[in-house]
Design a protein around this ligand. Structure first.
Ligand code: ARG
Ligand code: GLU
Length: 722
């Protein structure tokens, strides 16, 4: 009986380790030490050195941070870069006009001379990563205040960055890891002549739009292609017609064999931000306070905008990008709450914390140092609660009302004048003009007035009066009693909701303009909202967050010391990471099971002629009918997307999905809705990343767009037919 019990325990431990095998965003330089064995156990056929090696070419030399917000990978010996359609979208939009609508129709350069430069776009390679914890924390003591600590570290980092050997065309930066317990230095090379090579029409690249976003089953060909250009010496160089295609140290080979359920995959890229080490009260707060508050505000905002977009073609175009971006996080947060609930994340955290506390209590030194940690965190998070809610209310609401964004721009102009006189004004003016021009192209005063009416009501009614602007209350108590009246009066009285009037106003002499702006009712209101927020929320929030940061840092350190058998990975912070896991379907709720692959058949099932989200281009329909899939089809079908257990987040968009040999098999672009809580608590049962199959990408490039010359640049392989 006893040995049976032992067996049972061993079995559960085994299952537990296996299940957790997919969690984590690992630093490439520690793969050999921490992960290689497990990766090989899961089917990987290459070594950690093939992934990251600073002495000879490795896979990492094919991975770039794309513009600082997405990931891209080099897929040809001529510097061709693959990323998502939604990552390249800005570039695609910038080159589009009514006559040449690349968003609607797609774009393909037929040769190098047709590739289009993109001002401001860059890609960054990581040359090497170094642990500089000792140097960064040199002279830091336990008794220092948080600000003393930070300035000591900043000084150390400045020295480190200066002393670190690098070439003139390289740069470096240092980032904190594990809540500031460790520091790493990154040496980088940034190329700034990045040209657009091709993009499919939105009906393919963003098929399913907001309805399908964050959802599985998915049928989106979310990709676009760029090319890195370098100086004649192959080094970074500013844009020039003399520049030539960059010859990479490494480019990815592409597998045409697809994946089967259970196959090993890894994703290599730049995940942006996660918070995996929050204690249970913090997770509970996100689920019950912050996410619901933000969701409720966006519910209202989206309903208002949607109402107009449905009736008005012009507004539909103007607000499409804004709507997509508001809806992206709104939908993610809903999935997050759902997933945290369904996997009992708080309960699991509590059990983990109980175990932690029990272990701490057995060791006198731990007990003195860490004994009260969980309790302290609980009381600080509880102090944070009202301020966190007020912060969400302020930032969500003020940022959704465009008239306030306009007021904020003009307020910055006022501040510049009051601080630095004519000179300050002159410096700021072009920035303001530029920002306003951008704002007004995607602005409708009619929509905005209704947003103001709906959201100001929430601002006043749904939070503690302490945090509400006194000026607004006064107005509401006066002749603007009622939110409809308030909105009408504010918008009637201001010239700022009209772009022409505002731009004309900006031509006035500084002193006159500033006096006039300061008299503007909306600007006065904006200033009062801001002042109230700063005085009643922001300062207190800063103080509490400072305390929390310190506690979280200690908690991180304590966990690493106390939970010895656990392998820890640092939260995402937009630095290069590897995550790995198996290709697998999932079971989102009772009686529902999702398969791991989608096919072009599914695109056709969703097809709605003329629909804004689900239209399918004619040519794609005829390729489907003739089953003309060339070398890209599989058993008479065209694979489109697949899912796996890789632990990814925002910023991993455009990241390569690699097979056991390091060949490119897909392009990461999303996660499944039920599993978006992996940012807070990864759970192997429902957390899946979504990738577009590389064969679908190549099929679109070759068969749909007729850009087969690009495929000829690539190295196609058949690892499964060896
Ligand atoms: N959900 C993905 C991400 O977080 C894709 C967003 C772009 N696609 C869209 N339909 N809005 O970025
Ligand atoms: N679409 C996300 C991005 O733009 C990736 C999806 C995710 O958050 O996992 O980075």
């Amino acid at each position: 009986m006893k040995s049976f019990k032992h067996l049972l325990v061993a079995f559960f431990l085994f299952v537990f380790t296996i299940a957790r095998a997919d969690e984590g965003m690992w630093l490439p330089l520690f793969l050999q030490q921490l992960n290689e064995k497990q990766m090989k156990g899961m089917g990987m056929k290459i070594s950690a050195k093939d992934i990251y090696n600073i002495n000879s070419g490795s896979l990492k030399d094919a991975i770039v941070s794309f513009g600082g917000f997405c990931t891209g990978e080099v897929i040809s010996s001529k510097g061709l870069v693959l990323t998502n359609h939604h990552c390249g979208f800005d570039a695609i939009q910038n080159h589009s006009t009514l006559e040449r609508n690349y968003i609607r129709d797609g774009f393909w350069a037929r040769n190098l001379s047709e590739e289009i430069p993109n001002q401001g776009l860059f890609v960054t390679f990581i040359v090497r990563i170094e642990d500089v914890t000792k140097q960064a924390l040199n002279g830091v003591t336990k008794t220092m205040s948080e600000s003393e600590r930070q300035s000591a570290i900043d000084k150390n980092i400045a020295g480190l960055r200066k002393d670190n050997k690098r070439e003139t065309y390289q740069d470096n930066f240092v980032r904190p890891f594990f809540e500031g317990n460790q520091y790493f230095l990154f040496v980088t090379e940034t190329y700034r002549d990045i040209r657009l090579v091709g993009a499919p029409p939105s009906a393919i690249g963003n098929f399913g739009k907001d309805t399908d976003n964050w959802m599985w089953p998915r049928h989106t060909g979310d990709f676009s292609m760029f090319r890195i250009y370098a100086g004649k010496d192959n080094k970074p160089a500013p844009y020039s017609t003399d520049n030539v295609p960059y010859i990479p140290k490494r480019s990815l080979s592409i597998s045409l064999d697809g994946v089967s359920e259970g196959d090993f995959t890894m994703v290599f890229g730049f995940p942006g931000r996660t918070t995996q080490y929050l204690p249970s009260p913090a997770v509970d707060q996100i689920m019950t306070v912050n996410d619901p508050a933000k969701i409720a505000i966006r519910d209202k905002a989206l309903a208002v905008i949607d109402g107009f977009m449905r009736k008005d073609e012009q507004i539909k175009i103007q607000y499409a990008a804004k709507y997509a971006s508001i809806s992206n996080a709104w939908k993610k947060w809903q999935g997050e709450v759902l997933g945290l609930n369904s996997t009992n994340a708080v309960g699991k955290k509590k059990a983990y914390e109980a175990d932690f506390q029990k272990r701490v209590n057995t060791n006198p030194q731990w007990k003195t140092e860490y004994g009260n940690l969980l309790g302290d965190m609980e009381s600080h998070y509880s102090a944070l609660k009202p301020y966190g809610y007020a912060r969400d209310y302020y930032t969500e609401i003020v940022s959704k009302i465009e008239l306030f964004t306009i007021a904020a721009q003009l307020n910055a102009l006022i501040t510049a004048y009051e601080k630095d006189g004519e000179n300050g004004f002159k410096q700021r003016l072009p920035v303001t003009k530029n920002a306003l021009e951008g704002l007004y192209t995607e602005y409708s005063p009619v929509v905005d007035q209704q947003l103001f009416e709906a959201l100001m009501e929430m601002y006043v009614k749904d939070q503690d009066k302490k945090y509400v602007s006194p000026m607004l209350i006064e107005w509401l108590n006066g002749d603007m009693n009622g939110f409809k009246k308030l909105a009408a009066k504010v918008y009637d009285a201001t010239p700022l909701d009209d772009s022409k009037a505002t731009m004309k106003m900006l031509e006035k002499p500084a002193a006159e303009l500033v006096a006039e702006l300061k008299n503007q009712q909306v600007i006065r209101l904006y200033q009062d909202l801001l002042k109230t927020y700063q005085a009643e929320v922001q300062s207190k929030l800063g103080e509490i967050n400072g305390n929390i940061n310190k506690l979280q840092r200690t908690y991180m350190q304590a966990q690493m010391e106390v939970m010895k058998e656990k392998k820890f990975y640092p939260d995402a912070n937009s630095t290069l990471r590897v995550t790995y896991g198996k290709v697998k379907g999932y079971n989102p709720r009772d009686a529902v099971k999702f398969d791991f692959y989608t096919y072009l058949d599914g695109v056709m099932d969703k097809y709605k002629p003329g629909d804004y989200e689900f239209d399918v281009p004619e040519k794609l329909r005829s390729l489907f009918i003739s089953k003309d899939y060339g070398q890209y089809g599989s058993k008479g079908k065209m694979p489109v997307c697949f899912i796996a257990m890789n632990h990814t987040t925002g910023g991993n968009s455009g990241s390569p999905a690699l097979d056991a040999y390091g060949n490119l098999i897909g392009l990461n672009f999303d996660r499944v809705w039920e599993g978006t809580m992996s940012d807070i608590n990864y759970d192997p049962s429902i957390c899946r990343n979504i990738m577009v199959d590389i064969r679908y990408v190549l099929f679109i490039v070759d068969k749909y767009a007729g850009a087969g010359h690009l495929v000829k640049e690539m190295k196609l392989v058949h690892p499964k037919k060896k």
